[in-house]
Design a binder for this molecule. Sequence first.
Ligand code: ADP
Ligand code: TRP
Length: 338
Amino acid sequence: MTRYLSGIQASGIPHIGNYFGAIEQHVTASKELPPGDSAFFFIADYHALTTISDRETLRRFVRTIAATYLACGLDVKKAVFFRQSDVPEVTELTWLLATCTGMGLLERAHSYKDKVAKGLSPNVGLFTYPILMAADILIYDSDVVPVGKDQQQHVEMTQDMAGYFNQRFGQGKELLKYPRWVFSRTPTVPGVDGEKMSKSYGNTIDMFLEGNELKKAVNRIVTDSREPAEPKEPEGIPSLTILELFLNDQERQEWRERVRKGGEGAPGYGHMKKEIMARMDARFGPARAAYKRYLEDPVAEREMEEILVEGGKRARAVAREVLARCYDAVGITNRARP
Ligand code: ADP
Ligand code: TRP
């Protein structure tokens, strides 16, 4: 019996890095869940508060992420789909874990160091972000965490925290379950500047762009001045790497071969970008209408809210049991607690 769990921050509009690194595998896992296994996917709104300061913006991003998952076909009968903040117990476990976590562990977090290096002035919440993420994972007894490569270190830190907690309070038992991560086929998707695509770096191609907006985003992918006919190594060409996300193995071989050979008829950057637009339309076009409906039609919006509330209740029931186990182990056994 395996439990899958993952979260996505409500900190922006989902982009194709989020899709190919995370969302696609979450949706597939929900549809193909073997009997006995379970899957929990949530919208990390507590985490988003480390960087978002406007209530309407936060609310809009939560709805946007929810609409994206539902439009992409997440099976909410099989998977539990919810908002992080509908399970406030996660902040209680965060505290218990914080008392077992050394400053040094957090100081080594790449994601924190990158954000600070990029000029963000950090709050304590951003620094302790990995503890909240560990609580997210551990409070549901999760086994497998499907994420993009940028989250690997956070899952490793979660393993460390589970270890410290078990050692300190477990009396030889595994109080908190050890999770492991799993990556998608494309664990790191580059952005239009060739760096990792990220909402916080302004280098994204958003999933549901269409028409002129899509064209503008795709045209921003960096190129160099080499002619199409010049033979090139396919690695390190951002337009080709992004196009490859949409290709099957055979198509990928063919495109790479043509780029490598060069000569007449070899694809230029413009050609690759046109193909990306066509593939984006084919992949995300069918879900656009549902996406818009969840965001604009009050009936669909209510339906979405009900799904999240229902998911929140299912998740909370699990979280309460795990938290009770932890409180008991640390010696907080107050009768007044509900
Ligand atoms: P962002 O960096 O844009 O804020 P999040 O941190 O909310 O994205 O990530 C949500 C999920 O998408 C995570 O599982 C993360 O690993 C994955 N992800 C984000 N960016 C990429 C990328 N460029 N390539 C692959 N996966 C990604
Ligand atoms: N930190 C993750 C991200 O930025 C989001 C997240 C929060 C998460 N809690 C999680 C992912 C628990 C997996 C499991 O993408």
